[in-house]
Design a protein around this ligand. Structure first.
Ligand code: F6P
Length: 539
């Protein structure tokens, strides 16, 4: 097996060659290119033909994966090895969707019965609430769910409950409270009635300040508005908690039977498959949630057992590295052409950038070269009237993933035909550009260079199953890239610093401490404090 350094050099040399060959020429060289550069699995069709690759490129990139022992690392991931090296724990989000597995030992404990039991509790809760067997403290049925959480404790539940709205089997209305901005809190509480609202506090650590402050305010709202009923009854009927930190949940007066567990070996941005997905199960029902898990499991099987050059997550991961590390691109854009997938870029931003936005290798040495690209995106249906000018004619080459569904679930056939036409046209335009040579400076301004790469993923239709497969696909793309870069995708140490510094700033902003930071921070604090004091004097 060729060593990594040699492969890296060979890829750099190969990139110089491939940069001279246009995408159009690559199609001219292989009339079967579309067939040779497409794959399908679990209801997802991947067309990766519009990329600056040929068979030699794939051979070298797969060689890089082999040199990084990717297959062994994949087995380590699925078998519960401590792949999260800095936190000395496994990353077993895949176990959450492997229903048929009976035994998987973590720290001398078989986790599979716990997973099964928690999923059953989620289904029971969904049945109780939707059959109005679970009533509020004044014996009224619950009509609204207020989910308090942030990051992986909100992005996934919000995306999936949005995307699977056509599969709702419930009249429960979901509301999400994530930021600590009082406006968001006030707007939500104005819409809700305590008697018919069930609050879910979703926080793996139960130490996230935004979530704790929001929980405190919402608890107060519940207790004040239902002050004629004992606190125990109010909280038992209106407060559920999904967390790893059971002790802290009890300290928040959550009834013990209302606490659903999340485990240390499930990362926040990988936790949608766990009890963090409770709001989804409440509105689409347990059966659809199991289909969501099954789709992800189907992608797991594909990832674990397919040859590298026939492996969707591996190919997407290697293509990302090809552009990021050899074409020196800076970002990667996600363009869903489906209203129901408009939150997908937000979700993938955390999954990708909190996982692979790292600069230290496992052994503590600095990473050589670049790791995660900046991931961004927006519904392409909107984006093409916003930032596509840059994608087509800007100075940056931004590799794109177009995501569209062959079948829609609405009755507007012509609308969906235009969605498909727009999606395929934009991917085509990125590749072919303006096909006539400009004859003067005015035509020059309109000239689009083309030759810009993209992948197109076509879901048969957006169902719990295909959505599960799609999210698992990106999870495994992230893992593939982390192995090549030799980094840990499952920790997120850098987020602690901001939390610590904001804790130090709070007392200064509350006026109980003098400023003692850098000149900029001191200046900013003094500026806002002066404005707030002036406002107080005037009131
Ligand atoms: O951003 C840091 C982070 O820890 C994320 O990894 C996590 O998804 C989010 O904050 C919320 O954490 P918790 O679920 O513990 O409240």
């Amino acid at each position: 097996m060729t060593n990594v350094k040699t492969l890296w050099q060979q890829l750099q040399n190969h990139q110089e060659l491939m940069a001279q060959v246009s995408l159009k020429q690559l199609f001219d060289l292989d009339s079967q290119r579309f067939q040779h550069c497409s794959l399908q699995h679990a209801g997802i069709f991947l067309d990766y033909s519009k990329n600056h690759i040929n068979s030699e490129t794939l051979k070298l990139l797969c060689g890089l994966a082999e040199a990084a022992n990717l297959n062994q690392k994949i087995n380590d991931l699925f078998s519960g090895q401590s792949v999260n090296i800095s936190e000395k724990r496994p990353a077993l989000h895949t176990a959450l969707r492997c229903q048929q597995k009976k035994v998987l030992i973590v720290n001398d404990h078989n986790i599979m019965p716990d997973i099964k039991d928690t999923l059953q509790r989620m289904q029971n809760l969904s049945n109780q609430l939707n059959q109005q067997l679970w009533l509020g403290a004044t014996n009224k049925p619950i009509t609204d769910i207020l989910h308090i959480g942030i990051g992986g404790s909100e992005l996934g539940p919000k995306l999936v409950s949005d995307a699977l709205a056509p599969f709702k089997t419930s009249s429960l209305k979901l509301h999400f409270l994530a930021s600590v901005d009082g406006t968001e809190l006030a707007n939500l509480l104005q819409q809700l009635t305590p008697e018919t609202t069930l609050v879910i506090v979703a926080s793996k650590s139960l130490s996230t300040k935004e979530t704790l402050l929001n929980t405190e305010a919402v608890k107060l709202w519940l207790l004040q508005q239902l002050s004629h009923i004992s606190q125990d009854i109010v909280l038992k009927q209106h407060l559920i908690c999904v967390t790893q930190n059971i002790e802290q949940a009890l300290l928040l007066d959550v009834a013990a039977e209302n606490i659903l567990p999340v485990w240390p070996w499930v990362g926040g941005r990988y936790s949608i498959w766990s009890a963090m997905g409770l709001p989804i199960a409440l509105v689409i029902g347990g059966e659809h949630f199991e289909q969501f898990l099954a789709g992800a499991h189907a992608m797991d099987v594909h990832f674990r057992h397919s040859p590298l050059d026939q492996n969707m997550p591996v190919l997407l991961g290697l293509l990302g590295i090809w552009y990021n590390n050899f074409f020196n691109t800076q970002s990667h854009v996600i363009l869903p052409y489906d209203y129901l997938l408009q939150l997908l870029p937000d979700y993938l931003q955390q999954l990708v950038m909190e996982s692979n936005g790292k600069c230290w290798q496992h052994d503590g040495n600095a990473v050589v070269g670049k790791t995660s690209a900046v991931l961004w995106g927006k519904s392409g249906l909107i984006g093409q009237h916003s930032f596509y000018q840059l994608l087509h004619q800007g100075t940056h080459m931004v590799p794109a993933d177009f995501i569209v569904c062959a079948k829609s679930r609405h009755d507007y056939e012509h609308h969906h035909q235009l969605v498909l036409a727009n999606c395929f046209a934009q991917s085509q335009a990125l590749m072919v550009g303006t096909q006539t040579e400009p004859q003067n400076i005015f035509e020059q301004q309109k000239y689009i260079p083309g030759n810009r790469p993209s992948n197109t993923l076509v879901l048969d239709e957006l169902t719990p199953y295909t959505l599960g497969a799609l999210l698992a696909l990106y999870e495994h793309k992230v893992f593939t890239q982390s192995v090549i870069w030799n980094i840990n995708p499952f920790d997120q140490w850098s987020v602690e610093l901001g939390k610590q510094l904001s804790s130090e700033l709070l007392p200064v902003l509350q006026g109980s401490q003098a400023t003692h930071f850098d000149a900029s921070t001191n200046g900013l604090v003094e500026h806002v404090n002066a404005l707030m004091n002036k406002t107080k004097e005037q009131s």
